[in-house]
Design a protein around this ligand. Structure first.
Ligand SMILES: Cc1cc2nc3c(=O)[nH]c(=O)nc-3n(C[C@H](O)[C@H](O)[C@H](O)COP(=O)(O)O)c2cc1C
Length: 331
């Protein structure tokens, strides 16, 4: 069993958190992660879970689990109505990400604390992590550029220890590129108290994305993603300080280097991408996932993923790494 401070702080058994990924999360996935001993997190980053729909999705999580879970809000696009629904629900964690630089964090964090929730903030740069801790965040997620979805420029290997040091003693979760026990063990070695996982949990029966997109993750060797603004231009949403890590498919190739033309045709192109997403058309939809897709070779249930992640990390730490440490005489 791997037990860290984050387990006590959030009331969870394993130091594994589901990233609150907009349309890629829903009650069954969130509850499965929480029931598996991690922390499930519902993303509200799209219109799909605004207001009433958010309320019923939270109720659906509570029908499936009595374990702690989180609710994620994108700060630059936060909707007051949805945020109030979150606060009324008093989840164990309110997770935030992607504030505008001029946005005041303190008030949002205070409202979450007043509701009895812990505050988690995702940062891809040291200065943003420090700012969040100064504003009252309890947990920082250090997100490396290898992650799926919207990301910054820094890779996890340098970013995680830098953030751990800068925000100490606040606990840090490592996000990006983690799909198995090797990633969990590496994150702990970098000083993180646990991991936040997105792509691996998308390739599960519980995830609400089209089966074809799960297979796209399984087929990917991890080398076929790019950092691009094309998905955001097509959806008409300017994301502050981020690029999207997406699969380099026909949709991306059609517009790469011709972003100006995409802006000109944004309505038709955006609509076509939306329809492609509904139809599970892997060539013409924007498909966001991380480089760790190269570590994922099958769709597996959430419970199995968590169990094997923990047992593999344990084996690496107690077995292989432990055996590498020798005294000077080699005993
Ligand atoms: C499709 C998709 C949507 C995402 N949406 C959000 C979001 O709305 N809010 C958020 O904080 N993070 C979001 N993320 C980022 C995840 O929380 C997490 O940082 C990332 O998935 C970790 O990297 P990994 O995919 O390599 O595990 C998203 C990621 C993906 C793949």
């Amino acid at each position: 069993m791997i037990h860290t401070r984050i387990c006590d702080l959030l009331g969870i058994t394993h130091p594994i958190v589901l990233g609150g990924m907009g349309t890629a999360t829903s009650a069954p996935l969130v509850a499965a992660v929480s029931n598996g001993g991690g922390l499930g997190t519902l993303g509200t980053g799209t219109a799909s879970f605004a207001g009433d729909r958010l309320e019923s999705e939270i109720a659906a999580i509570r029908e499936r689990t009595d374990k702690p879970f989180g609710i994620n809000h994108l700060l630059f696009a936060i909707q007051e109505e949805s945020f109030r629904v979150t606060l009324r629900a008093r989840p164990a964690v309110v997770a935030f990400a992607w504030a505008r630089l001029d946005q005041e964090l303190r008030e949002y964090f205070k409202r979450a604390h007043d509701a009895g929730s812990k505050v988690m903030y995702m940062a891809g740069e040291v200065s943003l992590a420090v700012e969040a801790v100064e504003a009252g965040a309890d947990v920082i997620v250090a997100q490396g550029t290898e992650a799926g979805g919207h990301v910054g420029w820094m890779a996890s290997m340098p970013l995680v220890p830098m953030i751990v040091k800068a925000v100490a003693p606040h606990p840090v979760l490592s996000a990006g590129g983690i799909a198995d026990g090797r990633g969990l063990a590496a994150a702990l070695a970098l000083g993180a108290e646990g991991v936040l996982v997105g792509t691996r949990f998308m390739a599960t029966p519980e995830a609400p994305i089209h089966a074809n997109f799960k297979q796209a993750i399984v087929r990917s060797d991890g080398h076929d993603t790019v950092l691009t603004e094309i998905p955001d231009i097509a959806s008409g949403r300017v994301w502050p300080g981020a690029m999207a890590r997406a699969q380099r498919n026909k949709f991306i190739e059609r517009w790469a280097g011709r972003e100006w033309a995409l802006r000109q045709h944004v309505r038709e192109a955006g609509q076509a991408a939306l329809e492609a997403r509904r139809a599970g058309d892997v060539d013409n939809a924007s498909i966001l996932f991380g480089q760790d897709a190269g570590l994922i070779d099958s769709v597996r249930p959430v419970g199995e993923i968590i169990e094997s992640m923990v047992s593999e990390a344990e084996e690496i730490i107690k077995g292989r790494l432990n055996r590498l440490v020798q005294n000077p005489r080699g005993h």
